[in-house]
Design a binder for this molecule. Structure first.
Ligand SMILES: *[C@@H]1O[C@H](CO)[C@@H](O)[C@H](O)[C@H]1NC(C)=O
Ligand SMILES: *[C@@H]1O[C@H](CO)[C@@H](O)[C@H](O)[C@H]1NC(C)=O
Ligand SMILES: *[C@@H]1O[C@H](CO)[C@@H](O)[C@H](O)[C@H]1NC(C)=O
Ligand SMILES: *[C@@H]1O[C@H](CO)[C@@H](O)[C@H](O)[C@H]1NC(C)=O
Ligand SMILES: *[C@@H]1O[C@H](CO)[C@@H](O)[C@H](O)[C@H]1NC(C)=O
Length: 387
C-alpha cells in the first residue's frame, strides 16, 4: 500500500553542455491504486506491461519509495507540494479524507506551493491531464480557488473529483454500505414512533395533535426522497470531464477515456516541442469503477483490472513514442508511480474484489489506517519506518 515505484529516464546526449538539459522536460505518470506487484518489472509474469518494463530497464527502479498516505487526496497533496498532507489540511484522522463531491468547499489551499507553480515561474508549459482530486471551488460553483489552473497548471483536461463506482452504471455504489447502516434503522425508529403514538392516542393515553404523526410520516418520506435524489443525481453532479474551467462532458463516458487523455497528452507534447514542459498524466485507471476501451477489453489474464493495467501501459508507450519521435527523450525526465498500493480491501456489493497485487507488501486496511495515523502524528519520524 505504502510502497511506490519510480523510474527515471534521463539520457545524457553527446553534447555535454546542452542548453535544453538545464531545463529538462518533465513527465510524471501517476496511476490510481496500482499495486507494485502488477508490473512486469517488479516480477509479475502474467500481466503484460512491456512499455513500463522498458522504462524501468533504461532507468532507475526504486523498490523502497513511500507515499505520504494510503488515500488519494492526501497522497496527491503531498506529491504536489512535498509537504506532509496534514500541513495543507489535506489529511484527516477520523473522517474519510477524500473529496467525494464536486460541491465540497475544501481543497488544496491556494497558497500552497506546488512543483507546477515553481516550474511555471521558470517558463515551463505545465499541463495536468487526468485526475485531480484536490478540490475545485471555495464559496461558489465558479470561483475555482482549488482548481488545477490555480495551482500552477496552465492546461487542464480531466476529471476534477474521482472515478468511483457510482460514476459507472452497473458497477455498484460506494455509498450503499453507509446508507444500509443508517437509513433502515432511522426509518424503523420513525415507523415505531408513529405506530406507538397512534396507538397511545387511540387508547386515550396521550393527547397529541394528529399533526405530529403527520410530520413524522413526512420526515420518513423526505428521507427516502433525499436518498432517491442522491442516487439519481450523483453521477450527473459529480462525474464530469473538464477542459480548463469548462465542463465538456457531463456525465463523462468511459468509452475510450484513456485514449482521449493519451491523445491530449500527445498533443500537449507536440505543442511544446520547442520549450520546456511539465506534463502530469494522472490516470483515473486502475481505480474502481474499472474500465477499459474496446481494444483492451477481455485481453488480459486478470479480468477487467488486468485490461485496465494493460491499457494504461499502452498509453505510457504512446507518450514515450512521441518523445522519441520528437527527439525529446534525451532531455526529458520521466517518472512513473502509483498514488498508493492496490485497493485490495475494496469489495463491491456483489462480493467482487477489486483486483491488483501488492507483492510482498500484504496487509489489511486496518493496518494501513493505523500506519497513516502514525504518520500524521509523528511527521518527523515516518521516513525511518520500513513496511
Ligand atoms: C471565500 O470566503 C471567505 C470568507 O468570506 C473569504 O475569506 C475567501 O477569500 C473567499 N474565497 C474566494 C476564493 O472567494
Ligand atoms: C487553458 O487555459 C490556458 C490559459 O488560460 C490556455 O493557455 C490554454 O490554451 C487553455 N487550454 C485549453 C485546452 O483550452
Ligand atoms: C473508440 O475507439 C474505437 C477505435 O479507435 C472507435 O472505433 C470507436 O468509435 C471509439 N468510440 C467512441 C465512442 O469514440
Ligand atoms: C530527430 O533526429 C534525427 C537524427 O538526428 C533527425 O533525422 C530527425 O529529423 C529529428 N527529428 C525531429 C522531429 O527533429
Ligand atoms: C500479477 O498481477 C495480477 C493482477 O493483480 C495478480 O493477480 C497476480 O498474482 C500477479 N502475478 C504475479 C506473479 O505477481
Amino acid at each position: 500500500m505504502i510502497l511506490f515505484h519510480l523510474m527515471l529516464y534521463l539520457w545524457p546526449t553527446s553534447n555535454a553542455i546542452d542548453e535544453r538539459l538545464l531545463k529538462p522536460n518533465i513527465i510524471l505518470f501517476m496511476v490510481d491504486d496500482l499495486g507494485i506487484g502488477d508490473l512486469g518489472c517488479y516480477g509479475n509474469t502474467t500481466l503484460r506491461t512491456p512499455n513500463i518494463d522498458k522504462l524501468a530497464k533504461g532507468g532507475v527502479k526504486l523498490t523502497q519509495h513511500i507515499a505520504a498516505s494510503p488515500l488519494c487526496t492526501p497522497s496527491r497533496a503531498a506529491f504536489l507540494t512535498g509537504r506532509y498532507p496534514v500541513r495543507s489540511g489535506m489529511a484527516s484522522l477520523n473522517r474519510l479524507g477524500v473529496f467525494l463531491f464536486s460541491a465540497s468547499s475544501g481543497g488544496l489551499p491556494a497558497e500552497e506551493i506546488t512543483f507546477a507553480k515553481l516550474l511555471q515561474q521558470e517558463g515551463y508549459s505545465t499541463g495536468l491531464i487526468g485526475k485531480w482530486h484536490l478540490g475545485i471551488n471555495c464559496n461558489s460553483s465558479h470561483d475555482f480557488c482549488h482548481h488545477p489552473l490555480n495551482h500552477g497548471f496552465d492546461h487542464f483536461y480531466g476529471i476534477p473529483v474521482n472515478n468511483i463506482r457510482d460514476c459507472r452504471p452497473g458497477h455498484g455504489s460506494v455509498f450503499i454500505k453507509g446508507i444500509k447502516m443508517y437509513i433502515p434503522s432511522i426509518l424503523q425508529m420513525t415507523g415505531i414512533a408513529v405506530i406507538t403514538l397512534e396507538v397511545m392516542r387511540y387508547l386515550g393515553l396521550l393527547k397529541i395533535p394528529c399533526r405530529v404523526i403527520g410530520y413524522l410520516f413526512l420526515l420518513a418520506v423526505a428521507l427516502v426522497a433525499i436518498v432517491l435524489f442522491f442516487f439519481n443525481n450523483f453521477r450527473h453532479l459529480n462525474c464530469f470531464l473538464m477542459r480548463n474551467y469548462s465542463i465538456i462532458q457531463q456525465p463523462w463516458t468511459y468509452e475510450n477515456l484513456t485514449q482521449r487523455f493519451t491523445e491530449d497528452a500527445k498533443y500537449f507534447i507536440r505543442r511544446n516541442t520547442d520549450k520546456p514542459f511539465l506534463l502530469f498524466l494522472s490516470y483515473p485507471q486502475v481505480h474502481t469503477a474499472l474500465y477499459a476501451s474496446p481494444a483492451f477489453r477481455g485481453n488480459s489474464k486478470h479480468g477487467l483490472y488486468g485490461d485496465a493495467v494493460e491499457e494504461m501501459d499502452w498509453s505510457v508507450g504512446q507518450i514515450l513514442h512521441v518523445l522519441d519521435r520528437w527527439n525529446l527523450s534525451g532531455q526529458t525526465l520521466v517518472y512513473f508511480t502509483s498514488d498508493q498500493g492496490a485497493h485490495l480491501e475494496e469489495i463491491s456489493d456483489n462480493g467482487e474484489v477489486q483486483g491488483g497485487f501488492n507483492g510482498i507488501f500484504k496487509g489489511r486496511i486496518q493496518l494501513f489506517t493505523i500506519v497513516s495515523q502514525i504518520l500524521y502524528n509523528c511527521p518527523y519520524s515516518w521516513s525511518n519506518l520500513h513496511f
